[in-house]
Design a protein around this ligand. Sequence first.
Ligand SMILES: *[C@@H]1O[C@H](CO)[C@@H](O)[C@H](O)[C@H]1NC(C)=O
Ligand SMILES: *[C@@H]1O[C@H](CO)[C@@H](O)[C@H](O)[C@H]1NC(C)=O
Ligand SMILES: *[C@@H]1O[C@H](CO)[C@@H](O)[C@H](O)[C@H]1NC(C)=O
Ligand SMILES: *[C@@H]1O[C@H](CO)[C@@H](O)[C@H](O)[C@H]1NC(C)=O
Ligand SMILES: *[C@@H]1O[C@H](CO)[C@@H](O)[C@H](O)[C@H]1NC(C)=O
Ligand SMILES: *[C@@H]1O[C@H](CO)[C@@H](O)[C@H](O)[C@H]1NC(C)=O
Ligand SMILES: *[C@@H]1O[C@H](CO)[C@@H](O)[C@H](O)[C@H]1NC(C)=O
Ligand SMILES: *[C@@H]1O[C@H](CO)[C@@H](O)[C@H](O)[C@H]1NC(C)=O
Length: 502
Amino acid sequence: CHLTVSVSVLQTPMKKTKDLIGNQGATFVNAFTVVPLCCPSRSSILTGRYPHNHQVRNNSLSGNCSSPRWQKGPEAEALPVFLNKQNYQTFFAGKYLNQYGKKEAGDVFHVPPGWEQWHALVGNSQYYNYTLSVNGKEEKHGDDYEKDYLTDLIVNRSLQFLDSRNPKRPFFLMLSPPAPHSPWAAAPQYLKEFSNVKAPRDGSFNKPGKDKHWLLRQPTNPMSNSSVSFLDNAFRKRWQTLLSVDDMVETLVKKLDSIKELDNTYIFYTSDNGYHTGQFSLPIDKRQLYEFDVRIPLMVRGPGIKPKQMLKAPVLNIDLAPTILDISGVNLSAVNVDGQSFLSQMVSLARPFFLIEYTGEGHPTTDPACPKLGPGLSECFPDCVCEDAYNNTYACVRTLDGQNDMQYCEFADSESFVEVYNLTSDPHQLENIVKKVDPVILQAMNQRLIKLQSCVGISCRGKASKLNSTQLLQFQVLGFGHIGSLSKWPAFLKHVNTTGRA
Ligand SMILES: *[C@@H]1O[C@H](CO)[C@@H](O)[C@H](O)[C@H]1NC(C)=O
Ligand SMILES: *[C@@H]1O[C@H](CO)[C@@H](O)[C@H](O)[C@H]1NC(C)=O
Ligand SMILES: *[C@@H]1O[C@H](CO)[C@@H](O)[C@H](O)[C@H]1NC(C)=O
Ligand SMILES: *[C@@H]1O[C@H](CO)[C@@H](O)[C@H](O)[C@H]1NC(C)=O
Ligand SMILES: *[C@@H]1O[C@H](CO)[C@@H](O)[C@H](O)[C@H]1NC(C)=O
Ligand SMILES: *[C@@H]1O[C@H](CO)[C@@H](O)[C@H](O)[C@H]1NC(C)=O
Ligand SMILES: *[C@@H]1O[C@H](CO)[C@@H](O)[C@H](O)[C@H]1NC(C)=O
Ligand SMILES: *[C@@H]1O[C@H](CO)[C@@H](O)[C@H](O)[C@H]1NC(C)=O
């Protein structure tokens, strides 16, 4: 049994979540999305594949976001389909894919395969005045907090699902609140919280992106006062909306405890991308290759996971589906995923390097609000600072193995721009070292990038280091000591048992 909750990278409003998930299990301090934008990232979470394999490139229907091609292809082989075949009761509530439920995307009638209970938001993030597809039927909502506030509605529906479940079958719930995405509508009781909080002023905040690709060289530096107050307000409002997500996690953990399923359930807490507020003088958004946009939170508790672990090996959003399938006992070699299960990371298995790839979004015409700018740009607010463009298209290879924490990125723009960072000496990516670094390293990174950009399945994974048998034994004893039903054991525990290594 499992449960997935999606939210933001910020920890401070999430005190209960940290306590109930992180402190009771594993916190992955190096978790990344392979693409820092909603629809492609969510498609990666659902399929366990890189964007170049699921082919969802942006948030538009023409970029395959919830498109007929996606529905016919990757969606039909996504996580819930396999779980349902493993006899799991499956439940989804919240934001799915940005174009979901639109007429051209099959309307609210389209319920993706594998989900037994479906309560999905039509379109992009909302807190009030939204439409849901409830098992294929349209359900409209207004703006009465008690009846309609989406974060609360999601958790309420999940409680009803748990009450009506068949206790003999395992379950999978995916709760996907839009919070802390804009339009940042906090619950009434939280509207006054964090009144003194501002976006952090550390790292690359309000620094010029002078040695970076052209888009980063455009913003005014220092930022205008109006940009600063805009981003501070955004930061505060995001924290306010997260307080309801923190309540959601608490409510669920209490519920699982009261129905005696807490010790038998894996709980994952993560997000689809990071976010920036003022870094390199970019007011607000994601979509960039820098740490603040590509890192995501990830905490997991569940059977066999020792409390208070801080795990350092890198894990990716494309690993979520294989990990969950691994727990459910699916034979992963029969599933078309690029990611790898991180269940075994409890026993230390690290990936050597990985890919991050992004296709920039733009508008074909000049934004009338910013007549001085040309076409091809997008997200040009506030103050006509553009956060995206068609040529903000890049691919990066990242190594993160204890000794080497390096990032190498190539842009598909007219400068074929390259950015290289040594994250060990420069954690805030202040200095692009492309002109200083040993050309042998550049060449090796370029070769890895070329291979990863066309990788499929196993060729996306690299060679993992060997299992440590002492740790394996401990994990196995822990697992077998406390859990009731074989069908819910991680597949590799079963494997250990049958080979008699333990
Ligand atoms: C959308 O997906 C289909 C296959 O599923 C692919 O042929 C097409 O190139 C994709 N579109 C884009 C813009 O990547
Ligand atoms: C919801 O829609 C109504 C009617 O259009 C509008 O008056 C109200 O301001 C909206 N509420 C929110 C929170 O957007
Ligand atoms: C959720 O359930 C709680 C407790 O029953 C109730 O107070 C609240 O109004 C409900 N909210 C929504 C949006 O359904
Ligand atoms: C911007 O804010 C700074 C610091 O609060 C202040 O010193 C400065 O006068 C402001 N500039 C404008 C143009 O309002
Ligand atoms: C998993 O699938 C592969 C490929 O189909 C097969 O060779 C292997 O025996 C299977 N493993 C188990 C444990 O069933
Ligand atoms: C999304 O991708 C499609 C296909 O490449 C492209 O036609 C469209 O302009 C993109 N949308 C945006 C907003 O960039
Ligand atoms: C990127 O695209 C924009 C808008 O089309 C253009 O103005 C700019 O010169 C391009 N920059 C590079 C480096 O390709
Ligand atoms: C990165 O920085 C660390 C710490 O300063 C240094 O030991 C290492 O050699 C650097 N790596 C490269 C490739 O420059």
